[in-house]
Design a protein around this ligand. Structure first.
Ligand SMILES: [Zn+2]
Length: 273
């Protein structure tokens, strides 16, 4: 088995973590020990750690994410979540600069926060990310809570930003689910736009049919983009189990070299791991 990189995982070890309900449904303990053990079991050598939302909607503080990564013995690397106020953008950039060796990317929670991707409040963040070659992950598509704003999380919101900032490395989380075709066009059109396949698998009456549908949609997006060089493996643990997301990659009707790109090489290149 080859070594794998998980480009999208969460953890807090807090009672008020908004993702605890997904952990319960999936039968996960959702602890650092469990996460690292599961990663080792599946030969996942690195994971990018993102803030989960806490009850009340705010994300886990970035300092806590950095702290958890330090306890991981090099297996987890922090992604700094950036909320849309001038103060929080400034603080996030400062934190990234102070922890330059560790921080691998930023995250903007489109659909959960009121600002759009092109809001001027993020200019300072994008300037910094471009100057350091650090990717910015954007939540796209379906929101985990019914109060999310889909018009702000729709993946086509990133087209204008990618036009304006050709150097900015943009990663669309969750493949814009359910707007897979829009994401196929974005990753095909823009040299620096990528997508991850995290958090897509769900249980339900048609779980098996749905997993089939997902694999078909993602495979077709890869055909459209003429290869998988822009697609990355991510779990969104605890929203999706590692084994389930790996099974999704297995189901893709693409060649083995493309699967290797998805599981490791693309993330290695883009996050400079
Ligand atoms: Zn996530």
């Amino acid at each position: 088995m080859q070594k794998i990189i998980d480009a999208h995982t969460h953890l807090s070890e807090r009672q008020d973590d908004g993702l605890n309900r997904f952990a319960r449904v999936n039968g996960l303990r959702y602890t650092l020990v469990e996460l690292l053990d599961t990663m080792r079991k599946h030969e996942i050598v690195r994971g990018l750690l993102l803030s989960p939302p806490l009850q009340g909607g705010v994300p886990l503080p970035n300092d806590d994410v950095i702290g958890l990564c330090r306890r991981s013995g090099g297996m987890l690397s922090p992604v700094i979540t950036v909320e849309p106020t001038a103060k929080e953008v400034k603080t996030a950039v400062k934190l990234a600069e102070e922890n330059r060796k560790e921080v691998k990317a930023f995250k903007v929670r489109l659909g959960y926060v009121k600002a759009a991707a092109q809001s001027p409040v993020f200019n300072r963040l994008y300037d910094y990310a471009e100057s350091r070659g650090l990717p910015v992950l954007f939540h796209t598509g379906d929101t985990a809570f019914s109060t999310g704003n889909l018009s702000l999380s729709h993946p086509l919101n990133l087209d204008g930003l990618a036009n304006k900032r050709e150097e900015l490395i943009i990663i669309l989380c969750h493949f814009g689910n359910p707007w897979f075709e829009d994401v196929a066009e974005l990753i095909y059109k823009h040299p620096n736009v990528y997508a991850d396949i995290s958090g897509l698998i769900m249980d339900g009456a048609y779980a098996e049919k749905y997993a089939e549908w997902l694999a078909k949609k993602i495979s077709e997006a890869i055909y459209f983009a003429a290869g998988a060089q822009k697609v990355m493996f991510g779990t969104d643990y605890p929203v999706t189990k590692h084994s389930e997301t790996l099974a999704l990659v297995n189901r893709l009707d693409v060649d083995e070299r493309d699967k290797e790109k998805i599981l490791r090489h693309n993330a290695e290149r883009v996050f400079r791991l």
